[in-house]
Write a protein that binds this ligand. Structure first.
Ligand code: ADP
Ligand code: MG
Length: 643
């Protein structure tokens, strides 16, 4: 068989290069079984002719040109089991397994085409009867070779075997101590797909291994049908685990270190009509065909270079899960395609030939598993090399591409980048500082607003008392006794609504003091309401009604100058307004506290409140000591309105 793994013909050598080895195609060997006695009896003709050691000619039944298929090796019906064993290069796979690779040999083809015969020889002639040595299949021959090889290695090797079958999409342990029961197929990152609780039996001699093989073969399901008297009804996987490591694995979840050699005897595809399967046989046939279809689908996708990078539906069947590593992973794989020479089987044979032709274009990336002791440094070394390479590439890009685009030299570019980075850092710090300052300003503004609200209420109350005091000293009709509202809180008195909208009704309903309609505590005219932050922003400040607008009626009891004075008070308050806005950018020295700036209006308001108190006091004193001044003779500079 022609080796295609490496230029020097040693795939193992190239497999060990790098973290992922070079791509290696699946090797395909074609075996044509001889015409069976039954076929000859029926007078069936052979439609296949071998041409040289690697080409098969197919003659279409209706005439026409032959179709040629080329494989790694083609073996006709005259070739012995030993010929097949040698031509397949299984010993080389055994060597790779001893060096830690994961190797798979699987047979593929139509039912009755000789798959089981090729792997394990003819079916046993009786209970416990061994297969004649001359007819022993690839498996027995490999076992003998391997045990002989291990004896001459000179280093301790641990050999273990597992044997399972996939029957009707259920995995069963053929070496289980009790009766076989379905086992789950799991997946993890280190092991890939694996069968949980599968029994691994350690063996030290060829005899022990042969016993395990016989045990599994005798448990495996097989049934007779039209095309095969001992047709396998399940896919069977016998795996030899070869471990040369002396230090046990640290992680209990780790697979046993070392190589694997797996023999897969697939159940054959079958046309139910041709095999005459009914009932349970038909169910088995459907299950077999479904899993083979999934296998074919995966192979097709693996051939598509674009799809190979993405998703391959290995999870579609148990068979594809367990063959995932052999087909698309890190294994070394050999396929032995088996066909019947009979012209009656030609459609199925052509299917197998096409299938095998495609499979030999599928590549894997063989990789020997690393021992835990060597894995870590090697991984780190690989990472370091990758980073160094990336670093070098980025430097080159920076020097070439960017310099070309900007016209800067490498040094200038580096300097500019450093500067930009510094500026960016400064901006970020400045941004953070402004953010803090803004939040301090907001809280001081809220404090000032609360304080202003309290002061405005005090002003309002004082103004009310002032008006009442003036009224008490006014000659003419009215209550002679002191107004009760002087003693009462403001709200129950002046907060009462006017009786009507006429000026005559603009008296305090309790004390009968003339109160301008604008002084009624309508919500929209209430100072903190009008000038508070709740004022509709759509109305400009200048266009809003003043807090103490003069009465529109000429019948008002107040003169124009009164309004001027009261408006002064309103303006004083207006000036204290804190309009919510974004805090200004800091202009002063950096250490000046933003809290002081925000509360600047409050002391001024307090001063004005104090002045107002003085005015009230002096007004009251004046009212007690002298008669009220005649209208028009008042000093216009007086702050108090006449009553
Ligand atoms: P498969 O496993 O593909 O269904 P088998 O291996 O069971 O087919 O073979 C079917 C029959 O053909 C068996 O009786 C087997 O002994 C016989 N047979 C297959 N290949 C050969 C061969 N190369 N030489 C002689 N007999 C063979
Ligand atoms: Mg079989």
């Amino acid at each position: 068989m022609e080796e295609r793994g490496s230029p020097d013909g040693d795939p193992a050598r190239s497999h060990e290069q790098g973290p992922e080895g070079p791509e290696t195609p699946i090797q395909v060997v074609l075996r044509v079984r001889p015409m069976s006695a039954a076929e000859l009896r029926r007078g069936e003709q052979s439609a296949l002719h071998c041409s040289g050691s690697r080409t098969l000619q197919v003659s279409p039944p209706g005439g026409g040109p032959d179709v040629a298929f080329r494989f790694g090796a083609v073996l006709d019906g005259a070739r012995t089991q030993e010929d097949v064993f040698r031509a397949c290069g299984v010993r080389r796979l055994g060597e790779l397994a001893l060096r830690g690779f994961s190797c798979t040999v699987f047979t593929f083809g139509q039912t009755g085409s000789g798959k089981t015969y090729t792997l394990t020889g003819p079916p046993p002639q009786g209970e416990g009867a061994p297969v004649p040595p001359g007819l022993a299949g690839i498996m027995q021959r490999t076992f003998a070779w391997l045990l002989d090889r291990v004896q001459h290695l000179g280093t301790p090797v641990t050999l273990r075997a597992s044997y399972l079958e996939i029957y009707n999409e259920q995995v069963q342990d053929l070496l289980s101590l009790g009766s076989p029961r379905p086992l789950p197929v799991r997946w993890n990152k280190t092991r890939g797909f694996y069968v949980e609780q599968l029994r691994l039996v350690e063996f030290g001699s060829l005899e022990a291994l042969m016993e395990l093989l016989q045990m599994g073969l005798s448990r495996r399901r097989s049934s007779p049908h039209t095309l095969n008297q001992a047709s396998s009804r399940s896919h069977a996987l016998l795996t030899l685990h070869i471990s040369r490591q002396t230090v046990p694995s640290v992680d209990p979840g780790e697979p046993p270190g070392g190589g694997k050699l797996c023999f897969v005897d697939l159940a054959g595809s079958e046309k139910v009509a041709a095999t005459g399967s009914r009932g349970e046989l038909m169910l088995e046939a459907n299950s077999i065909n479904r899993s083979l279809l999934a296998l074919g689908h995966c192979i097709s996708l693996l051939l598509d270079p674009q799809r190979k990078q993405s998703h391959i539906p290995f999870r579609d069947s148990k068979l594809t899960k367990l063959l995932a590593d052999s087909l698309g992973g890190r294994g070394v794989t050999l396929m032995v395609a088996c066909v019947s020479p009979s012209a009656q089987c030609l459609p199925e044979t052509l299917n197998t030939l096409r299938y095998a032709s495609r499979a030999q274009r599928v590549t894997t990336r063989p990789q020997a598993p690393k021992t835990p002791a060597t894995r870590q440094p090697q991984r780190l070394e690989t990472e370091m090399l990758q980073l160094q390479e990336e670093n070098r590439r980025l430097r080159t890009q920076l020097d070439q591409g960017d310099c070309k685009a900007s016209g800067f030299s490498g040094t200038q570019l580096a300097w500019a980048q450093r500067n930009l980075y510094g500026m960016l850092q400064e901006f970020m710090l400045e941004n953070e500082r402004l953010r803090k300052e803004k939040s301090q300003l907001q809280s001081s503004r809220d404090l000032a607003r609360d304080e202003q609200h309290v002061l405005a209420q005090q002003v309002h109350e004082l103004e009310r008392r002032l008006l009442s005091a003036c009224y008490l000293h006014q000659p003419g009709p009215g209550p002679a006794h002191p107004c009760p509202c002087l003693m009462m809180p403001a709200v129950p008195c002046h907060a009462l609504p006017p009786l009507c909208s006429w000026p005559c009704c603009h008296f305090c309903p309790l004390c009968r003091a003339p109160v301008a309609h604008w002084a009624f505590p309508r919500r929209e005219l209430h100072l903190p309401q009008v000038y508070g932050p709740e004022a509709p922003s759509s109305v400009p400040l200048s266009a809003r009604p003043p807090p103490c607008a003069p009465p529109c009626s000429s019948a008002s009891t107040r003169s124009h100058s009164d309004w001027i004075q009261t408006r002064d008070l309103a303006e004083m308050l207006t000036k204290e307004e804190v309009v919510p806005s974004a805090p200004p950018l800091p202009m002063g020295p950096p250490d000046s506290s933003p809290v002081l700036r925000g509360a600047a209006g409050v002391p001024s308001l307090a001063r004005r409140l104090e002045a107002l108190r003085d005015q009230i006091g002096s007004s009251l004193r004046r009212g007690q000591s002298q008669p009220p001044p005649i209208e028009g003779t008042r000093n216009p500079s007086q702050a108090l309105p006449p009553c």
